[in-house]
Design a protein around this ligand. Structure first.
Ligand SMILES: Nc1ncnc2c1ncn2[C@@H]1O[C@H](COP(=O)(O)OP(=O)(O)O)[C@@H](O)[C@H]1O
Ligand SMILES: [Mg+2]
Ligand SMILES: [Zn+2]
Length: 287
């Protein structure tokens, strides 16, 4: 009997030891990071990556040392958005070296491990969880003031893996569009954070209103104000709104920050206001 059982038990023991080692490495990395912020949304396509990338860049431009972890393994868009899509992760001392984007921002994304960006990553849950844990344990993040994590949409396995890896995170930022369907999913994301005892830093309403470049009139394409109402109903802070602006698409696609001089002043101002509110919220939570 024992002949067939023993190797299995041995392999299990080995796997367990590897997991424990990895857990230790994750805790060591987290110890060197002052603030960890997770960016979530109920749905995809609402601007979660746009917010994560630009929050990271805004902090880096303010002189902080910042890392950006792209935890969206199926849609690893932060590489393109930070202009690092042609970088491949190098190795030094057995650790992956993050790509360095403009303003010294350190970026790690699945896109930097793939040779062909059109090929989907088809992995089962446990394998995805392991890759995410490696992205923390086996990356040379170094000392960071902030690590911003761009989570995949929803409240599935990956947000859970990340939340469990960073129990001491400052909290989550929830990005929604003004439509009812997006808000309904965001309520789930807020409850997810609560169940895991992660503070909710606040809600951002993205794609809120469009100012016509021809006549200057504002149109609420996806309606407006729902994010603020939802935040107040759920008893979480509201961080502000970002307008729908075609320039945001071109800045994102060309890997440049919203703080870029070419971005419209209104976009720069509103985003700076959101970042200010996030900072205030983090300071308030710590005190
Ligand atoms: N406020 C906005 N105005 C115009 N386009 C936006 C805005 N926010 C995001 N986008 C664009 O919408 C698309 C989806 O945004 P993204 O950040 O990738 O969403 P998610 O990460 O939630 O799937 C991108 O092409 C992005 O450039
Ligand atoms: Mg995304
Ligand atoms: Zn018009």
């Amino acid at each position: 009997m024992s002949g067939s059982d023993e190797p299995t038990a041995g392999a299990q023991q080995q796997a367990h030891e590897r997991y424990e080692q990895q857990q230790k490495a994750i805790e060591q990395r987290a110890d060197e990071i002052e603030h960890i912020i997770l960016v979530m949304s109920g749905k995809g396509g609402v601007g979660k990556s746009t917010v994560a990338v630009n929050l990271a860049w805004a902090l880096a431009l303010g002189g902080e040392s910042v890392g950006l972890l792209d935890a969206d393994l199926h849609g690893p868009n932060t590489a393109l958005m930070t202009g690092t899509q042609n970088t491949r992760l190098g190795m030094r001392d057995n650790l992956m070296q993050p790509a360095i984007a403009a303003h010294g921002l350190k970026v790690v994304s699945m896109a930097m491990l793939l040779d062909d960006r059109d090929t989907p990553t088809i992995w089962r849950g446990p394998l995805r969880a392991n890759v995410l844990r490696q992205f923390i344990a086996e990356v040379d993040w170094g000392q960071l003031d902030y690590l911003i994590v761009d989570l995949p949409p929803g409240t599935g396995d990956e947000p859970l893996t990340i939340a469990q890896s960073f129990p001491g995170a400052d909290g989550v930022i929830i990005v929604t569009t003004p439509q009812q369907v997006s808000q309904d999913d965001c309520r789930k994301a807020i409850n997810f954070a609560r169940q895991l005892e992660l503070p909710v830093i606040g809600v951002i309403e993205n794609m809120s209103g469009f100012v016509c470049p021809h006549c200057g009139k504002e149109t609420a394409i996806f309606s407006q104000g729902g994010g603020e109402i939802m935040a107040s109903e759920m008893g979480v802070p509201y961080l502000g709104a970002l307008p729908l602006a075609p320039e945001i698409v071109s800045l994102c696609d060309s890997g440049r920050p919203l703080a870029d001089q070419q971005a419209p002043q209104a976009v720069r101002d509103t985003f700076a206001n959101v970042v200010g509110n996030i900072n205030n919220q983090i300071v308030r939570q710590k005190s």
